[in-house]
Design a protein. Structure first.
Ligand SMILES: NC(=O)C1=CN([C@@H]2O[C@H](COP(=O)(O)OP(=O)(O)OC[C@H]3O[C@@H](n4cnc5c(N)ncnc54)[C@H](OP(=O)(O)O)[C@@H]3O)[C@@H](O)[C@H]2O)C=CC1
Ligand SMILES: [Cu+2]
Length: 479
């Protein structure tokens, strides 16, 4: 294997290559290695560091500078070198397809997939082809674009990569550094080589296996907030629930229970007052929903006496949606705060002591939730140490639940005791205050030293039923 690539490919990838038993795979790997050595012999200074970029469009213009920054040598192979030279930097070599493809064996095909058939097939023999293409929105395909390209170029190794990034991102080092780049296809060697390239460019390659997975990679750019789906649905349902309650209590019940004509004036409150009210309780419940699954998980681990058994699927999904639920809680809570200022406060009237506590708790809650929201963003959380992150998320999280409980209790301290005014329909505070207190009640046992130390032991790997089981595959820490 060419020395340069041997040093770029990580030990884990090298182990994978060496342990690959497929004879086809090994044969193709040998051919590719030989091709790499040929190029090394041609020019020792650059050796395998040349990356041939086919096409001179947006992606080539974005990839070339990022390759230069990673100390690679981009060579642009284009149909129109004279035109391309005018927009490429001096350090980038620009040449014809024939000249470019003769210079190296790592080739990025950066032309739209509909033009793949125009590529001169004979020039791609024994090359590692990086296919970055994406289909256009609305286009359907039976086989992935990468598989179609592989079928067209059977004597090359097609590896799918970079299609999940945009030219805009690739132009900005601060945006692409640390990004995950899924890579699939080719022989293990070809894939490892592309992964090493991705890593040298400052990104994190993720091995997605064979080329049959290219279709999944080609779907990624069309995904629409996949991690937010659950949180959006839950928020919608909760908002609809509280909005309906408010509607029945303030508009329907009010009219049914009062004497005289139907008062249509109260319906004017629907867009502002009802929405503000529903947003407030949606924010409250979403905040609690961030902390309840962690508690359920803790009780489950205490009951099972181990952390090595899987949580049920619903709990797993719930745990994974906590960040999104928290950010949506911040959004709905702040919107409620802004609307409430317009609706409720009469600046010329003295406020009671319960109101002043309610307002102070509300403002503090907004501040604490903003810190929680900001620190949950990846760009901020990567800059925090593990201890800083866990202290902020854990302690400030529970402080926000305490502030929320006080905010709600002092908002409606008298209203809570009032008998049910709208048949059996509870008001927002009548629902939420007990839920807040219940959440805090279930949390208290978990912070008691005897239970907390037991949970800490379990989370460090201690198992109650089988503390010395040698069959256990999971690594254990000292209890
Ligand atoms: N733009 C983006 O943000 C992203 C693009 N991609 C993918 O990267 C690939 C390139 O995209 P992009 O750079 O935006 O495309 P552009 O349209 O900007 O450029 C494509 C290049 O392809 C070549 N080309 C155009 N028509 C033909 C043809 N008929 N025959 C042969 N070559 C042709 C041209 O290069 P020349 O004239 O020099 O030969 C042209 O500059 C596409 O497959 C796209 O799906 C993937 C992720 C993001
Ligand atoms: Cu409030």
């Amino acid at each position: 294997m060419a020395e340069f690539w041997r040093s770029r490919i990580s030990q884990e990838e090298y182990r994978l290559i060496s342990s690959s038993h497929s004879s086809d795979d090994m044969e193709l790997t040998e051919q590719l290695v030989e091709a790499g050595q040929d190029h090394d012999d041609q020019d020792n200074e650059w050796g395998d560091r040349r990356v041939i970029l086919v096409g001179s469009g947006d992606m080539t213009r974005a990839l070339a500078p990022s390759l230069l920054r990673a100390h690679y040598r981009p060579v642009v192979a284009t149909r129109k070198p004279n035109r391309a030279r005018t927009w490429m930097s001096q350090e980038v070599e620009v040449c014809t397809l024939e000249e470019g493809l003769a210079q190296g064996d790592l080739v990025v095909v950066a032309i739209p997939a509909i033009h793949h058939h125009t590529l001169p097939k004979h020039l791609f023999t024994n090359k590692i082809i990086v296919d970055i293409s994406n289909r256009y929105p609305g286009e359907t395909q039976k086989v992935s674009l990468a598989e179609a390209l592989q079928e067209m170029l059977p004597e090359a190794q097609v590896v799918k990569a970079f299609n999940t990034l945009s030219a805009y991102v690739l132009e900005r080092e601060e945006l692409y550094c640390g990004r995950e780049v899924p890579v699939c296809g080719g022989t293990t060697f070809a894939r490892a080589r592309v992964m090493a390239l991705v890593r040298d460019m400052g990104m994190v390659p993720v091995d997605k296996g064979g080329l049959k997975n290219a279709r999944t990679l080609e779907e990624i750019p069309f995904q629409f907030f996949p991690e937010w789906k659950v949180a959006f649905i839950v928020t919608g349902i909760i908002f609809a629930f509280f909005w309906t309650i408010k509607f029945f209590r303030s508009q329907i019940c009010y009219n049914l229970q009062k004497d005289g004509d139907w008062d249509w004036g109260v319906f004017e409150k629907l867009p502002l007052s009802n929405t503000q009210n529903a947003l407030a309780f949606t924010g409250c419940l979403l905040l609690l929903l961030c902390y309840i699954p962690g508690m359920i998980a803790a009780y489950l681990q205490l009951w099972r006496g181990t952390k090595y058994s899987r949580f049920p699927g619903w709990l797993d999904t719930w745990l994974k949606s906590r960040k999104q639920l928290g950010l949506l809680s911040l959004l709905t809570g702040c919107t409620h705060g802004c609307l409430a200022i317009f609706l409720n406060i009469n600046w010329h009237q003295a406020i009671s002591w319960t109101q002043s506590i309610y307002i102070t708790c509300g403002v503090l809650l907004a501040a604490v939730m903003t810190i929680l929201g900001v620190t949950s963003l990846p760009s901020v959380s990567v800059k925090l140490t593990w201890r800083e992150f866990s202290v902020v998320q854990r302690y400030l999280g529970w402080i926000s639940v305490i502030l929320l409980t006080s905010h709600l209790t002092f908002l409606s301290i008298l209203g809570l005791m009032r008998p049910l005014s709208c048949y059996f329909l509870l008001s927002g505070p009548q629902i939420m205050v007990p839920v807040c207190f219940l959440t805090l009640m279930f949390k208290i046992p978990l912070v008691l030293p005897c239970i907390d130390s037991r949970l800490t032991k379990i989370r460090r790997g201690y198992e109650r039923h089988n503390p010395t089981d040698s069959d256990n595959q999971m690594p254990k820490l000292i209890p």
